[in-house]
Ligand binder design. Structure first.
Ligand code: ADP
Ligand code: ZN
Length: 435
């Protein structure tokens, strides 16, 4: 068996010893951020009081709300001159979440990412096309750095311009790609439309992630494109991609436990659930310098797969994500909270109270449709006024959520009103439901 990093060969004892040492260092670093210093002091925790990994339980959780409250620089633990990059979450409602990296952080992230690609069987001889947004989204620069670190010829093709994506796949003899699952399905359709057979493209391996998808979707992508597809999980708060990745056995994602501590908790009681049971994934960074994070509640629901992996790596495996414990949904790789949509809609005086968001799959592509009730006065105006309003809303929403929705303007009182809690989102997508 070939490994990219010696840490992949560690046994449980070595992993746990390293985790404890690195947890202490992390707690020490966190003391440089007043937010953490106050919390840790209050809980009576400092680096030397952590006697075993069990003491992790004494450390308070960090939530997305905490990260928002510390925007823009609150959780930085090094002098600002040491920071070289930041990424930020897609949401712009309220404060976004900013994550800061030192050069060492970027190097360590690239190493982890290269380890992931290598463990899925990608090698420096592969030509790697990264079909992901370059910018604040971590799937662009993050995966890119890993592929380069591994030594692949790496094409930063970004998103969109499907015809050019296909041309590059052919012209450069691309053998491995990173692509979000919904776009992979779309791309396969476009290849067919162009009169080509998608399976005849040179691509042999696809890294798919950033959004929830089922085993059926993986199989479909594998079949349509003639590839092996590997699930890739990450989140900006924990660097981005590179947190957990499937090895060639494709049976759940190894989390690199020399870089992260994994916990699965019951989102209501906040207690650990037994291995194998579904709960909320909680992660602690172990090697980050610029902005370490303790016990981060990801809101992602998964379980630890207790059986050992035939690949020999003992780094624990988590199952594909089974949903979220909040109301965020992911469409075309973008994280969207229904409240972001509501805020935009409610800024229009023409809008009545009711609206409905429907997620649907049209020709294998996920779409978002927003039906919104508008007042009678506007409704009787001419078509031009209505079309202009519709276009304007689509643009404003697209600025906010980074996906362009279809807008249906409907008459007052025409949308269903639920008796209990309003149902704002109906998920009719073929794949996984995320809420
Ligand atoms: P990214 O830039 O990787 O999309 P974000 O921080 O914007 O990172 O989004 C992270 C969220 O995306 C995760 O918390 C999770 O809900 C979702 N996600 C990422 N990868 C996967 C995956 N492989 N399967 C399911 N959901 C995923
Ligand atoms: Zn494995």
């Amino acid at each position: 068996m070939e490994f990219f990093d010696i840490a992949e060969t560690w046994d449980r004892k070595k992993i746990e010893e390293t985790q404890l040492t690195r947890l202490r260092t992390t707690v020490e670093r966190c003391m440089n951020a007043p937010f953490y210093a106050e919390r840790l002091n209050k809980a009576g925790i400092n680096a030397s009081s952590l006697k075993s990994l069990d003491d992790l339980k004494r450390i308070p959780f960090t939530t997305k709300g905490d990260l928002r409250s510390q925007y823009p620089y609150g959780l930085v633990t090094v002098p600002h001159a040491e920071l070289v990059r930041l990424h930020a979450s897609s949401g712009t409602t309220g404060s976004p979440v900013a994550v800061h990296y030192t050069q060492e952080d970027l190097n360590a992230w690239a190493d982890l990412m290269a380890r992931c690609l290598h463990c899925a069987g990608i090698r420096k001889t592969d030509v790697f096309q990264n079909i992901a947004g370059y910018g604040l989204f971590t799937g662009g620069l993050g995966i890119h750095a890993g592929a380069e670190r591994l030594g692949c010829l790496t094409i930063p093709s970004g998103t969109g311009n499907t015809a050019r994506q296909i041309k590059f796949l052919q012209d450069f003899n691309v053998t491995a790609v990173h692509i979000i699952p919904s776009y992979a399905m779309y791309l396969a359709g476009k290849v067919e439309e162009a009169g080509l057979e998608p399976r005849e493209l040179p691509v042999r391996k696809a890294v798919i992630g950033a959004e929830p998808h089922t085993e059926e979707i993986r199989k479909k992508i594998e079949y349509m494109l003639g590839v092996d597809a590997y699930n890739s999980y990450g989140l900006s708060e924990m660097n981005g991609p590179g947190v957990a990745f499937e090895c060639t056995h494709k049976n759940g994602m190894h989390v690199w436990e020399d870089a992260y501590i994994v916990e699965i908790i019951d989102p209501d009681t906040l207690e650990h659930v037994p291995d194998g049971e579904v709960g909320e994934l909680v992660l602690t960074t172990l090697t980050r310098r610029g902005m370490p994070i303790l016990r981060y509640r990801t809101r992602d629901l998964t379980r630890i797969i207790p059986e050992p992996c035939p690949c020999g790596r003992v780094h624990c495996r988590i199952d594909r994500m089974m949903g979220r414990s909040d109301d965020m949904f992911i469409i075309k790789g973008c994280n969207v909270y229904p409240m972001q949509i509501e805020q935009v809609l409610m800024s229009y005086p023409e809008v009545e109270k009711n609206y409905l968001i429907t997620l649907e799959t049209v020709n294998d592509v996920d779409e978002i449709r927003v039906q919104v009730e508008i007042n009678d006065q506007i409704f009787v105006e001419d078509m031009r006024a209505l079309t202009a309003l519709q276009k304007n809303m689509a643009r404003q929403l697209s600025n906010e959520i980074l996906v362009t929705p279809k807008i249906d303007l409907v008459q007052r009182n025409s949308l269903p009103v639920s008796e209990g809690k309003a149902v704002r989102v109906v998920d009719k997508r073929k794949k996984f439901k995320t809420n």
